[in-house]
Design a protein around this ligand. Sequence first.
Ligand code: ZN
Length: 325
Amino acid sequence: MDLVDAKYIGLISSRLEKFKRVKDNLYNFRCPICGDSQKQRNKARGYLYSVKADINFKCHNCGASMTFSTFLKEVDPVCHKSYIFERFKSGKTGRGYVVETPKFDFDKPVFKKKLSLPLASTNDKASDYLKKRKLNPTKFYYAEKFKSFCNSLKKDSFSSTTNDNPRIVIPLYDEEKNLIGIQGRSLNPWDQPKYLTIMLSDDAPKIYGLDTVKKDEKIYIVEGPFDSTFVENSVAMCGSDVDIGSFNWSNYIWVLDNEPRNREILNRICKLIDRGQQVVIWPSDVQEKDINDMVLSGRNVQDMIESNTYSGLEAKVKFTNWKKI
Ligand SMILES: [Zn+2]
């Protein structure tokens, strides 16, 4: 790569989504040719890499492969014209460079398997909080300084560690039991937001329970990790941008909170029903707004979920009766 190439990569970098320099002569960003994954906005599978003196583009999603010059022409034809001119001035004309199959030798992310933290059961405040919610304190961890702990796992998770207060730590593992992220639940009501989620890799799914779920059985998808401990074979969403489609689950049911006046939840359920998904519509006499509250009121949540699962037209009718807006 020469100065002209470097200059033009710099010029178009702001136009490429999620652009980052991986290392010398290797750049990564969302592929502008195919648009990369529309569902997973974090996916970035376009690369610029150097081959001898030249720069090539390759996308690991659509397979597009071309010289930097051609890539520039696709992305910004005007910019490409001045690039050609500058190369001509610097004596580099034509394409006399061999295009080789790229070798991607940068390291795959390595996940830590275990959390080096004490269990929540060893801290009185954390343990009391969990027991009050009928949760098992030996299933979760405790961090005295949550933000600093996150920064030790992944650099720059938090740019500032002011108000670095204790939190209950909820580990997120993938199917192979690799730690993929952590969620921290505040212990003080003034520590907002209540939940902070840090993923160790951009591609990791924000889902709790992937390590224990049985894929070939009925799977319940609930709103939070604490709720999921009360529902058989369940996972929890730790963000709203979760793409279930990539898991190849054959039978799954959405269990959203019982908030018939919450417009965001209503929209989400409505969309799920329209897409033909199975959803739980809570009976109208249930006042509690989430599974944990229902458990605390002595309700049999598992039974209730199983007998109130609907899809299609029936789901639409139940949904219309349930919503309060
Ligand atoms: Zn592509």
